[in-house]
Design a protein. Structure first.
Length: 367
């Protein structure tokens, strides 16, 4: 156990990301039966404990292996997964807002506010420090670029989407305006940078073809960027009148139009990701924790599709949202079973890769 603590890597938080978004999707499923909401609530409670344990393991690593924890910042792969920490925590925060109140009342909102404040700081740290380390420490090349480059910059827009959920629960116009500016700033800090990376990712795939099979699932991460972008735009859009008065209503309409652009782009990435996954499936696709990249991106894109349907009420969008959630449940169940099997059989190493594919250097692992 001590070895796992000392060599703990942040990619384990992807389990919390995928499980949390599946739980939220079950609870918020449009017209879903009571049993589905209860199942979603139970899964969220489990995920809350899971993410809490992972955070404790990370803190213990800082205590027992400080050099190894710092070395992760210099690792060109594991450092990207530091973005998984605030994104996993976001699913816990959203659950407190949506599900926590029937159990602990207003305290759930207080907890959500405290956790969101910490989450915003982590998202900013991930989105600024990790790219800075890429500039001064990492050895990157265009032919090595994969979708995991998006992991450190996406948490800010994920936090912005959470801000939209918490905003109506804040009292006082001045507080709401300040929080609105913070949320919009987080969205703006993340989305343009993510689009810049998506452009480079397209170039990399066109010039250097597909990534190694161990990183095949990373193409799905692009879908998550677009899904959270939609959720942030639509979620914050309806509160724009708080800042801009009557002009805010027109801006809300523009936000819906912008969401359609992100949604269409997301459909393109979804189809491409499916095709790439099928391509690799026929050639052997080794399991690792990166498979959780199938879940969170599809989950937030499903949530964005639900919000888009809520604005335009077009039946086709609702059908697609239902289809996407069914896919999400199938993906989550498959990856969860493989993860549990990998842990108990020893197939997965400490850093979440198959033991024969361990790539983290001994120097980074031991500090």
């Amino acid at each position: 156990m001590l070895a796992f603590v000392k060599h703990f890597t942040p990619n384990w938080f992807t389990i919390g990301m995928g499980t949390g978004i599946t739980a939220l999707g079950a609870y918020l499923y449009p017209g879903g039966p009571l049993w589905l909401k209860e199942l979603g609530t139970g899964l969220w409670m489990f995920n809350t404990v899971l993410v809490g344990l992972l955070l404790i393991l990370m803190v213990l690593q800082w205590i027992f292996n400080w050099k190894g924890a710092v070395a992760i910042l210099h690792d060109p792969v594991q450092s990207m997964f530091l973005g998984a920490v605030p994104m996993a925590l976001t699913t816990v925060i959203n659950g407190f807002i949506d599900m926590g109140q029937p159990f602990i009342g207003h305290t759930a909102l207080v907890i959500a506010m405290i956790l969101l404040a910490a989450n915003i700081l982590m998202a900013l740290g991930s989105g600024i420090i990790v790219p800075f380390m890429m500039f001064i420490s990492h050895d990157h090349r265009l032919d090595k670029l994969t979708g995991i480059w998006l992991m450190p910059v996406v948490p800010a827009e994920v936090a912005a989407a959470s801000g939209a959920l918490l905003l109506p629960h804040l009292s006082g116009v001045a507080v709401q305006k300040t929080f609105m500016v913070i949320s919009l700033g987080l969205w703006a800090l993340s989305v343009p940078l993510a689009f810049l990376m998506l452009g480079f990712l397209f170039l990399r795939l066109a010039v250097h073809k597909l990534p190694p099979k161990e990183m095949a699932i990373s193409t799905w991460i692009s879908l998550g960027t677009l899904g959270t972008g939609i959720m942030g735009l639509i979620g914050l859009g309806k509160y724009l009148p708080i800042l801009f008065g009557s002009l805010g209503h027109a801006m809300d309409g523009a936000a819906v139009l912008g969401s359609f652009a992100l949604w269409g782009f997301g459909l393109w990435w979804l189809v491409l990701s499916i095709l790439i996954t099928i391509h690799y499936a026929y050639r052997g696709l080794p399991f690792n924790l990166g498979w959780w990249g199938l879940t969170f991106p599809l989950g937030v894109f499903t949530g964005g599709t639900d919000l888009l349907y809520g604005q335009v009420h077009v039946g086709l969008i609702a059908v697609l949202a239902h289809l996407f959630y069914v896919m999400l449940v199938l993906f989550w169940a498959t990856v969860a079973i493989k993860t549990v099997h990998g842990i108990f059989t020893g197939y997965l190493s400490i850093n979440g890769s198959p033991k024969k594919h361990v790539q983290v250097s001994r120097k980074s692992a031991t500090g």
